[in-house]
Design a protein around this ligand. Sequence first.
Ligand code: ZN
Ligand code: ZN
Ligand code: ZN
Length: 274
Amino acid sequence: MQVTLLGTGDTTGTPTVGCDCDTCTEARRRGVERSRFSVHVRNGRTGESLLVDASPDFRHQFLTHDVPLPDAMVISHIHFDHLDGLGNAYRVFDDLPVYAADETDPATGESVADTVRSKYDYLDRITVHDVSPFETRRICGLDVTLVPVDHPPLLCYGLVVEDPETGAKLSLSGDTSYDVPTESRGALRDPDLFLADGIVPASLCEYHPIGGRHENDQGVPRTFGSKHMTREGALELAEELDAKTTRLVHTAHFYPVDEAFEEPLAVDGEQYEL
Ligand SMILES: [Zn+2]
Ligand SMILES: [Zn+2]
Ligand SMILES: [Zn+2]
């Protein structure tokens, strides 16, 4: 499978509009972007493509990267930066299957699939399919599994995408704190490529209203606030999962400029052959 990172930024992206911080300025100078989150997975055997999350930058992403339009989508959770690009399906797709989790979220009283269905009830170009967590579905010839992660107050899911023929494995942490449940860690284990939410370095936790949590033995917070992993937390999770290659995604322009373009922070357009 060929994996293209279409959107590697957090909810404001880098550069952030109206921002002239050193990191946004340097991104403009380098001509690189971290747009809102989306990952394109192409099955080389069947020629089909699966899109993970519907970025608000969908149009721009498909105009700037040479990848085919998807044959199906999976939605990890209902935050703006992962869902609100779905309106782009209008007059672009005839019938696009969209897969999302079926568990009722106590915070909303609906599942992710329900919210997608109700929010886009005007859009007859999509068909929403319910999937249970840990239930593997064959989508675009690939085995896709949603695994619960920790992104309070909303339910959110990481993702495992495996090629049943070659055994190639892509794991995505989804938007999550370091507190990923054990069963989900088991499913995410041993990926060829791991895309991990590492929104900021742990050093920035002092600027978060509730600080950091899930400290390691050295007292370094592995969670920024309550919703996302720090860089350090993401890298520890990658090590625990024994990831062959790790890219940090969902990164914010708050990374100091001398750290923002260091490895293994991803930028838009990176491609991996698994
Ligand atoms: Zn900025
Ligand atoms: Zn989120
Ligand atoms: Zn997000």
